[in-house]
Each structure stands twice: as structure tokens, then as C-alpha cells.
Design a protein around this ligand. Structure first.
Ligand code: PEP
Ligand code: MN
Length: 335
């Protein structure tokens, strides 16, 4: 249920309403927007008398929210959520954030060289997997704790905040220096992991599962937010369809739909979407044109010898040209 307040409400009356609602057993989430303040009620609202609240002086309107996701719902929070990472980076609210780096951290030289290159091209965060979810147990599984250490080193060298994937709650203690925790597509519905991340105060990049609906993705975001962590980014990374030519199929419609349903930033991963480096440029352009808040792109200085996802990785010089093109597209749609 949401309670839309009239403008310039009397603070005492508002405090009294909030206390009354809390005493009725619901959580109250206040969203102060430019033109409207909205109270989002979470919990069992069945017994709350809509007519009674509607009649209050300070109340403009009361509506039931049908969707099962509340915190993530745009109705609860009409303005875009802007996530701040390390003071310098703001994601959402009209910014275009470029996150770039290799699929996996392989060595100090590799991660530091790529970090420096992508920073020069305009990336504001560095990605790199330390823990890798691989389809085959015989494939490279990531450098794990050593990978985290090397990411920290690259962060020290470049100042770029780091984004890396967590696969299990037991790894969380090692994520102290990680700026954004990625939940991979395969873990989107690892509910215990999502609950644990809800207790942290770190931004979460939540990837859409290979065959998950928008509502399932939003419900996974809700798990994190229900724990009190409202810094969630939604990431479309391609879904499984009947097409086998590409690794997955980028669902461009996810951008406007998720942004309509939710206030959370939407990030696109064109690398896993197609699985082919040649498609990263056009898919990135499409994503920015469709209103994405950011992109997470796999960049490798030697894709042919990458230990993971070489075929979909672009070289630093290709990323550089792409970043310039994306700035033009962003400028054109922002006019
Ligand atoms: C990755 O980012 O390298 C990755 C494994 O992503 P996804 O979970 O989308 O497959
Ligand atoms: Mn990858």
C-alpha cells in the first residue's frame, strides 16, 4: 500500500501517522521526491483501513500495490535511485556508468594493465572475477582470494572501485575492499546469499538469471532490500532463447520495462549477452539508446589467451572507440 501525501504536510501530523502505521504492525518506507512524498507500507496491510487514512488532512491518495515487490517498486519510490560508490561514481539518475575489465583476474600484470587502459577510456569501475561460476568443473575456477588481492592492488594503482562476483556466503568476509558485489546469473535465486547481502551496506549488481522473468529478478532485488540494503543495480545479461547462434539473447525491452517497474538503475552486460566480441559494440549502442544506466563490458588485453570468456572479450583499443561512440549516443538521447 502507498500513501501519497499532500504538499507541505504538517510534520507533527505526519509523525503521528507514521507512528500509528508502525503500531499497526507495518514497516513504513518514506520516499521524499521533488514533487511528492510517498509512504510505502510493507507487511500485512490487509487490516489497514484505506478510507480512514484517505480522510486525513495531509493525505492526497491511498493505493494498494498489487505487485509482490515493494521496496524495488517505482510506486514506492518515484524518483530514480542513484547509487554512490566511493564518492566519485554515481550510478543511475541520468548518468552513464561504464564498468570494464576482464572476465577473470589472471595475474597482477594483466589486471593492472587492463585497469589502467579502461580508466583512460572513461570506465569508472573495474570488473574482474576472482570466483568464477564455470559450467565445467575442469575449467579455470578463478584465483579466488589471490584474485581479490590483485583486484585491490589494481584499485590502489588506478583509484577505480572494483566490482566482483560472490558465489557463496562463506566468501563475504573476504569482500571488505570490494566496492560493488556482483551476484551472478546462476545465483540470482540463491535466497540465503541474497539475505546475507541484504545485511551488508555495499552496492549489489544483481544479474538476471538465464531464464528468469522481470518479476523474479525484482523479487530477488526485494530480498536484498528487505534486509535494509537498498543499493541494488539490476543487470540484464542475456537470457536463454531458442537461438543458439549467440550465447544468449539480449533482452533490450528489459531496459524500459525494468525502469518503468522499478526505480533501481539498470545495467546491461553486452558481453555475456552475445558471447561474441564483434557484437559487443552494436549491443552496447542499442542498450544506451534504450536508456540503460550503465554497461558492464569484458575487456582483455590478450583475448586469444584469456582463461575465461576470451571470444566475447574486446581489446582495450576497441573499448576506447566504443566509449567515445557511447558518449555521443548518450548525449543525443539526453537532449
Ligand atoms: C561474469 O560476469 O563473468 C559472469 C559469470 O556473468 P553471468 O553471471 O552473467 O554469467
Ligand atoms: Mn565472463
Amino acid at each position: 500500500m502507498i500513501v501519497i501525501l499532500k504538499q507541505n504536510t504538517d510534520q507533527m501530523q505526519l509523525d503521528r501517522l507514521i507512528t500509528w502505521l508502525k503500531n499497526s504492525g507495518v514497516d513504513v518506507h518514506t520516499s521524499v521526491g521533488q514533487s511528492q512524498t510517498i509512504l510505502g507500507l510493507i507487511g500485512n496491510t490487509q487490516h489497514i483501513d484505506i478510507d480512514l487514512i484517505s480522510q486525513l488532512d495531509i493525505v492526497e491518495d491511498v493505493r494498494r500495490v498489487q505487485e509482490p515487490y515493494k521496496n524495488a517498486n517505482r510506486k514506492f519510490h518515484p524518483n530514480d535511485t542513484v547509487i554512490k560508490v566511493n564518492e566519485n561514481v554515481s550510478i543511475g539518475g541520468g548518468n552513464l556508468t561504464l564498468i570494464a575489465g576482464p572476465c577473470s583476474v589472471e595475474s597482477e600484470e594483466q589486471i593492472c594493465a587492463i585497469a589502467e587502459a579502461v580508466k583512460k577510456s572513461g570506465a569508472t569501475m573495474l570488473r574482474g572475477g576472482a570466483y568464477k561460476p564455470r559450467t565445467s568443473p575442469y575449467s579455470f575456477q578463478g584465483l579466488r582470494t589471490e584474485g581479490l588481492r590483485l583486484l585491490s592492488l589494481a584499485k590502489q594503482h588506478t583509484g577505480l572501485p572494483i566490482v566482483t562476483e560472490i558465489m557463496d556466503i562463506s566468501q563475504l568476509d573476504g569482500f571488505g575492499d570490494v566496492d560493488v558485489i556482483q551476484v551472478g546469473a546462476r545465483n540470482m535465486q540463491n535466497f540465503e546469499l541474497l539475505k546475507a547481502l541484504g545485511t551488508t551496506r555495499k552496492p549489489i549488481l544483481l544479474k538476471r538469471g538465464l531464464s528468469s522473468t522481470y518479476e523474479e529478478l525484482l523479487m530477488s532485488a526485494e530480498y536484498i532490500m528487505a534486509g535494509g540494503n537498498d543499493q541494488v543495480m539490476l543487470c540484464e545479461r542475456g537470457i536463454r532463447t531458442f537461438e543458439t547462434y549467440t550465447r544468449n539473447t539480449l533482452d533490450v525491452a528489459a531496459i524500459p520495462v525494468l525502469k518503468q517497474l522499478s526505480h533501481l538503475p539498470v545495467i546491461i552486460d553486452p558481453s555475456h549477452s552475445a558471447g561474441k566480441s564483434a557484437l559487443v559494440d552494436p549491443l552496447s549502442c542499442a542498450a544506451v539508446a534504450a536508456g540503460a544506466d550503465g554497461l558492464i563490458i569484458e575487456v582483455h588485453n590478450d583475448p586469444a589467451h584469456a582463461l575465461c570468456d576470451g571470444p566475447q572479450s574486446i581489446k582495450p583499443e576497441v573499448f576506447d572507440a566504443l566509449a567515445k561512440k557511447l558518449a555521443v549516443i548518450k548525449g543525443a538521447i539526453s537532449k
